[in-house]
Design a protein around this ligand. Sequence first.
Ligand SMILES: Cc1ncc(COP(=O)(O)O)c(C=O)c1O
Length: 399
Amino acid sequence: MKADFLTYQAQTTPHPLAMEVAKAEGSYIYNTEGKKFLDFVAGVSACSLGHQHPRVKTAIINQLDKYAHVMVYGEYAQSPAVQLTKLLAAHLPPSLQSTYLVNSGTEAIDGAIKLARRATGRTEIIAAVDAYHGNSYGALSLMSNEERTAPFKPMIGDVSFIKFNCDRYLERITEHTAGVVLETIQGGAGFIEPTNDFLSKVKQRCKDVGALLILDEIQPGMGRTGKLFGFEHYNVVPDILVTGKGLGGGMPIGAFTASRDTMALLSDNPKLGHITTFGGHPVIAAAALATLQEITETTLIADTLVKEQLIREQLVHPYITEIRGRGLMLAALTPSAAITSEVILACQDAGLILFWLLFEDRAIRITPPLTITTEEIIEGCAILLAALDQALEKHGSLT
Ligand SMILES: Cc1ncc(COP(=O)(O)O)c(C=O)c1O
């Protein structure tokens, strides 16, 4: 299978991990040789309830028994999408009550950019240095990293950048700005939390100049950081909230949410201002609804903070210089990119799945399913500590 994978399936890097997957269940993925791997990555924060969660699986099967795709988004009332958007509204403030469902995070970001331009009649979009919002042209245009965007230029117009957590950039947000797009907690940049009330200052500035604040919660959202939505930690409510990844419980989804009045602008002048064939797909929406119900009806959200504590207590090692993030969105930093890569690959050999971050190459991503157990955390941390010991033995103390 590996040879065919490398030959026929388009690749994203010259060196994919290329694990040959046979099945996955709970917090484990099994390869075709029957070896089991503890999953500390959760499909890059997407499998919020682990693999094959019974509630999600049952919802998918039950929905498939009724109907799958019947019509493009927005024409027919289909119970899974209706219930999902209603339940999201029940957990959001009064200013965020209307949700548009799409197929991926990047599409949701593009929808949010369009909505901000349509709502304000302005064009400028401001994003943060080292942000990651996706790879369709709208979202990719919000990437400050020239090396990654240059071959694909031109990007969409009128995008400029500010530094995350840097107050002196606030005045770059002006009467020309349609929207400011920020990750609530920066992911690819290294799991960087907002400090010093940065997000509420941005929101205030947006309010003062008539721009919209768009918060990308595709990664921190859906309970991963100890609240259902990351913004709840930071005394701010966005004008447009973007979600994805963990919302689908392992199925492909994206969503953007705004006030009813704002969202209504996409259905008028021009009508069909944003359309999608598969957005709100009944099977995907049923999976997302089951995921959201499970996350909000159990202690999973509060448990993430207890699990974070356990991980922090376990991962004490001379080669861990810092652990960033919140809840189960954590990044352990080692002294160098080389050590990080060596450790991630050694852990994979030893049966623990870890991963990199996009722009912070010293970071080891730790984003397990919210359902991970205490025993599994201890098992995974032991594997990681053993790999760090091996690296320390090989390279010695670097201080
Ligand atoms: C913060 C953030 N925004 C947007 C995206 C893009 O989502 P998708 O890959 O579903 O298009 C990602 C994906 O990694 C992300 O982490």
